[in-house]
Design a protein around this ligand. Structure first.
Ligand code: 13P
Length: 287
């Protein structure tokens, strides 16, 4: 059931769990995430970066695929189709294409420009029934060409953006996209606590969900995080399972080269990762 992400995240906030955003890259990814969410009776958010949107030939293709797949698979759990780290233009294109949720990442603009662009997109998103996420303080690392320095967000700026009527807020707290380096200092819970106190209990978003230890995830949820984004971890699982299949020579046995067989172990590996995260985030049986 395609919906925006507002209600599922308010329920998560009040129920002290988080909804996973799993980024999708193609049909297999989408199918694996949807089937797992349904199997676990969990709400879910499908994240689409601008790069992934382009790869799949455009946001219109993505929206049509997700809508049709949701129907064909008989998915009854709430599913949001969400633009991840959108530009101003990308956010507008997704509203038009039929997404149900957008993130506008204006974190690299001076705060006044971030405020102005976010204000305009809040009005446009809400007029069309979409939920909207904004960002303050960049997430470290690189995702699909979006590079962030990894600043910790300023609670006063977080309050300013929240007051614009956004539905959920991504605030940098030392989190990084991709794998965490060995010398990573961990999440800044003091900053998270201050941001939570300054932002009127708005559902908070934790980006860079790959590789964050379970105890930190649980603590973040207890401090107001209601949405956790996972991308790289599914990619790593998919790649490892595919490598194993090929290294075992299975693509050369019988019709093992059939793409439906070749991609099956990777698709199963994505399911296992999504299952593990849904359990950790506590969103199973919350649909
Ligand atoms: P990871 O790739 O580190 O899981 O981060 C995902 C993310 O935050 C998407 O916006």
């Amino acid at each position: 059931m395609l919906v925006n992400a507002t209600e599922m995240l308010l329920k998560a906030r009040d129920g002290h769990y988080a909804v996973g955003q799993f980024n999708i890259n193609n049909l297999e990814w989408t199918k694996s995430v949807l089937l797992t969410a349904q199997e676990m009776n969990s709400p879910v958010i499908l994240g689409v970066s601008e790069g992934a949107g382009k790869y799949m030939t455009g946001f219109k293709t993505v929206a049509a695929m997700v809508k049709a797949m949701d129907e064909s698979l008989g998915i009854t759990v709430p599913v949001a189709l969400h633009l991840d780290h959108g530009t101003y233009e990308g956010a507008k294109a997704c509203i038009e294409a039929g997404f149900t949720s957008i993130m506008f990442d204006g974190s690299h603009y001076p705060i006044d420009e971030n405020v102005a662009k976010t204000t305009e997109l809040v009005a446009l998103a809400h007029e069309n029934g979409l939920s909207i996420e904004a960002e303050v303080g960049s997430i470290g690392g690189e995702e699909d060409g979006v590079i962030g320095a990894g600043e910790v967000a300023d609670p006063a700026e977080c309050a300013k953006i929240t007051a614009l009527g956004i539905d959920f807020l991504a605030a940098g707290i030392g989190n990084i996209h991709g794998k965490y380096p060995a010398n990573w200092k961990g999440l800044d819970f003091e900053a998270l606590d201050k941001i939570h106190a300054a932002t009127d209990n708005i559902p908070l978003v934790l980006h860079g969900g790959t590789g964050i230890p379970a105890d930190m995830i649980k603590k973040a949820i207890s401090l107001g995080v209601s949405k956790i984004n996972v991308n790289t971890e599914c990619q790593l699982s998919f790649a490892a399972a595919t490598r194993e299949y090929i290294e075992a020579g299975k693509d050369q046995q019988g019709k093992g080269f059939d793409p439906r067989k070749l991609l099956a172990p990777g698709a199963e590996a994505i399911k296992a990762t999504v299952r593990e995260k849904i359990e950790l985030f506590g969103s199973a049986n919350k649909a």
